[in-house]
Write a protein that binds this ligand. Structure first.
Ligand code: FAD
Ligand code: SF4
Length: 458
């Protein structure tokens, strides 16, 4: 039987912001590790975008060698405590595990977290891999998973890396987007410290495109630039009422709560103005996070999603958690208008009922409105969490940077943009995606930058 992570009980956890998942005990981890077949040709590794040697680290856990298991993971993954917590393993390594045929794949995510959390108990020595080569300077723009990974891999190769971040704290979405109860900020700080310990210099409060232009970075002696500025531009529905008070983008709502610590008001003097009944629009991880944050702030919450549960793109664990916490799911429901009061505050959400039609280009069944089925949801706060687009500032400030129609930066197979020596990866080239795919891009871009510089950057 698959071992499941221990959790705070739902009734308790909705009253606090402490981490929901408590991880596996040693006994559970070793038992789960014993189920691994140690496949000769392990399909799970193929499912991992950063190609962790999964059977090898699982074997070390089985033998009680937790520290060595962590070292094995760190050969490939610079942010293991993050991935063990937020990767959609059910779509990646666990989907590829041979035991999936019997519907009980190894709980690889929980085992990764178990190994990674060793560092919370014992301080490990951060080993720098010196190469002895002449150091060139490389600039990395944006300190989310893509930027952190690229910076770490380049530092391990011997480059002198400066990581520029526009916010006052590093970590990208891990820091300002994903809430404390899912991604404790202590973990993110630990991972950032590890990357700094490799020699990466972090420059926060520095907005590339404003503080320095890309050309200025080359003038400062950087031989290559990696752009990892993410997808932080909120999308809206384009329905009437989106400019009313107490209508938030998920991005603003989560930044205020996580980064500005609104959940600790009055200890922090940065509260957030929300009413008593919140509607969150969307069905992905971002929407689930907004809903569960609102619950913890003591509000009644409805999650409004235009398809059914089956099509929800959020992580399976987070959907289950939200259900246990009693978020009210309004499936097959499409908002058409936000209704305001005489003072300009939201006071209701007009919706229309949907039914599922033929599959669309994403393969999911397309929602179709049911005629004359409009109804009003009694809410006084609306949070729009229907997706994010790539951050536009840098591309606007850099006219020679080629972009695609959807605003993503165009790159070749080596992650190089239209400007020689300027590379890009993560959500800025794919649109909103996952932590592990951003990390995979950071890793492959670091290898490409290394080749580019060694082949003689001008
Ligand atoms: P980001 O993490 O967005 O980092 C970009 C960084 O660049 C930011 O720190 C930004 O401040 C900085 N920046 C932007 N412009 C500039 C500039 N001009 N100069 C300097 N710095 C700049 N994925 C999962 O796999 N699992 C999950 O459970 C999950 N949950 C999520 C929940 C939320 C609320 C959100 C918003 C996303 C979630 N994701 C999840 C998606 C995942 O977080 C992203 O795909 C991932 O963070 C992308 O990494 P990135 O490095 O490309 O960009
Ligand atoms: Fe173990 Fe599954 Fe990977 Fe085989 S595919 S090595 S059983 S985790």
């Amino acid at each position: 039987m698959r071992e499941r992570v221990r959790q705070q009980p739902a009734g308790e956890r909705i009253k606090n912001f402490f981490e929901v998942a408590l991880g596996l005990s040693q006994e559970q981890a070793e038992k789960e590790a014993s189920r691994c077949l140690q496949c000769k040709d392990p399909s799970c590794v193929e499912g991992c975008p950063v190609e962790i040697d999964i059977p090898a680290f699982i074997k070390l856990i089985k033998e009680g060698r937790r520290k060595e298991a962590l070292e094995k993971i760190k050969e490939k993954n610079n942010l293991p405590a993050v991935c063990g917590r937020v990767c959609p393993q059910e779509d990646q390594c666990e989907a590829a595990c041979v035991l999936n045929k019997k519907k009980v794949p190894i709980n690889i995510g929980a085992l990764e977290r178990y190994a990674a959390d060793y560092e919370l108990i014992e301080k490990t020595e951060n080993r720098k891999q010196k190469t002895g080569q002449v150091l060139s300077k490389v600039a990395v723009v944006g300190s989310g998973p893509a930027g952190l990974t690229c910076a770490a891999d380049l530092a391990k190769l011997g480059y002198k890396v400066t990581l520029f971040e526009s916010l006052h704290l590093a970590g990208g979405v891990l820091m300002y987007g994903i809430p404390e109860f899912r991604m404790p900020k202590k973990i993110v700080r630990n991972e950032v410290e590890y990357i700094k310990s490799l020699g990466v210099q972090l420059e926060t409060d520095t907005l590339i495109g404003r503080t320095y232009a890309i050309e200025e970075l080359f003038a400062q002696g950087f031989k290559a630039v990696f752009i990892a500025t993410g997808a932080g531009l909120p999308q809206f529905l384009g329905i009437p009422g989106e400019n009313l008070n107490r209508v938030y983008s998920a991005n603003e709502f989560l930044t205020r709560v996580n980064l500005m610590q609104a959940y600790k008001f009055p200890e922090y003097s940065t509260p957030i103005n929300i009413g008593k009944k919140v509607a969150v629009i969307g069905g992905g991880n971002v929407a689930l996070d907004c809903a569960r944050v609102s619950l913890r702030l003591g509000r009644e919450v409805s999650l409004v999603y235009r398809r059914s549960r089956q099509e929800m793109p959020g992580r399976a664990e987070e959907i289950e958690n939200a259900e246990e916490e009693l978020v009210v799911f309004k499936f097959l429901t499409q908002p058409v208008k936000i209704i305001g009061d005489e003072l300009g505050f939201a006071k209701g959400l007009e919706c229309i009922q949907m039914e599922l039609g033929e599959p669309d280009e994403s393969g999911r069944r397309r929602p179709v409105p049911v005629k004359n089925s409009n109804f009003i949801l009694d809410v006084d706060t609306v949070i729009v969490a229907i997706g994010q687009s790539p951050n536009p500032l840098l591309r606007k400030a850099t006219s020679s940077l080629k972009v695609n129609e959807d605003g993503t930066i165009a790159v070749d197979e080596n992650f190089m943009t239209s400007i020689p020596g300027v590379f890009a990866g993560g959500d800025i080239i794919t649109g909103a995606d996952t932590v592990i795919s951003a990390m995979g891009a950071g890793k492959r871009a670091a290898a490409a930058i290394d080749r580019y510089i060694k082949e003689g950057a001008k």
